[in-house]
Write a protein that binds this ligand. Structure first.
Ligand code: AP5
Length: 290
């Protein structure tokens, strides 16, 4: 699969003049630019109506396929219980596929850190391991999703939606993922992962005292722990997770893939990498046969 994408990319590149090919962005950046095209967010975001633009009409079939696939970048959801490894895998996915990582939990923690009214209210629910009300979360995530970087490069939605009403809010806007990954980890591992988790406030990197320890003393000394990362709170968070997960799974049944999350970080990523590469290939093939 990955090889067919690579072959199509090569064909596309070969069809461009040297001047054109120097303007080519990497697939991770999610779009191709052509001479004369304004380097704005709209430069080559081909929608159905403009897929036959002069720039692409002159390209051979394989090149058109690549251009169109990149113009319709990958959209991924990742879901799973607390500490199932969503954030850890998102770091790796972002690095390889260049998607914009949108984490509902991170957006909420940023509101708390900023001391906003939404942040103050959100913290009360997070302390209890409950879902923050839709009035706060839905618009916050929607606005982030609709920003140009996410629209151009594709997105990786982490921990959202978490309820039927949140899923329906996206459906109403016709926002759907190409693939929804569910990380499946036995409950008994989750508590250990939560209590051992540490965060580097400088780099944002996620560590675990046992499974991913900090590289040196300097990093170790500055690590912080999340306020909801206690054994007591993770049990409440798990209850909330199980109360809501079914409605979510049924909404995305057609694009849902379960991935075993109790392997090493590298092995889990290798499976996800395979799935996302195949998803990207499928998008290319669909456009090529259109
Ligand atoms: P959020 O921040 O999203 O927390 P969560 O869903 O509970 O998930 P975590 O961030 O705890 O875990 P993770 O799956 O990202 O695991 P990680 O990669 O860090 O949400 C927090 C709160 O915000 C919610 O409780 C709720 O109140 C609110 N909220 C969020 N979204 C909301 C929404 N949509 N609506 C309403 N409210 C919302 O890994 C965990 C640890 O395990 C790390 O130490 C890591 O190093 C380690 N680890 C990871 N993978 C492996 C592996 N394969 N092997 C060994 N160790 C591993």
């Amino acid at each position: 699969m990955a090889s067919s994408m690579a072959a199509a990319c090569t064909a596309a590149k070969a069809s461009l003049s040297p001047a054109q090919s120097t303007n080519q962005r990497t697939p991770a950046q999610g779009r191709l630019l052509f001479p004369g095209a304004a380097p704005s967010s709209r430069s080559l975001r081909l929608r159905p109506a403009d897929r036959r633009s002069p720039a692409t009409r002159s390209l051979p079939r394989a090149a058109k396929a690549v251009v169109a696939a990149l113009a319709d970048p990958l959209k991924v959801m990742i879901s799973g219980a607390p500490a199932s490894g969503k954030g850890t895998q998102c770091e790796l996915i972002k690095a390889k596929f260049g998607l914009v990582h949108i984490s509902a939990g991170d957006l909420l923690r940023a509101e708390i850190a900023a001391g906003s009214e939404n942040g103050k209210q959100a913290k009360e629910f997070m302390e209890k391991g409950q879902l923050v009300p839709d009035e706060i979360v839905v618009n916050m995530v929607k606005e982030r999703l609709l920003q140009p970087d996410a629209q151009e490069n594709g997105w990786l939605l982490d921990g959202y939606p978490r309820s039927y009403s949140q899923a329906m809010a996206l459906e109403t806007l016709a926002i759907r993922p190409d693939i929804c990954i569910l990380l499946d980890v036995p409950d008994e591992l989750l508590v250990e992962r939560v209590v051992g988790r540490r965060l580097d406030p400088v780099t944002g990197k996620i560590y675990h005292l046992k499974y991913s320890p900090p590289e040196n003393e300097e990093i170790a000394s500055r690590l912080t722990q999340r306020f909801d990362d206690t054994e007591e709170k993770v049990k409440l968070r798990l209850e909330t997770y199980y109360q809501n997960i079914e409605s979510l799974l049924s909404t995305y049944e057609d694009v849902l893939v379960k991935v075993k999350g109790d392997a090493t970080v590298e092995d889990v990523f290798s499976k996800i990498d395979e799935l996302l590469s195949s998803s990207l290939d499928k998008k290319t093939e669909i456009v090529a046969s259109a």
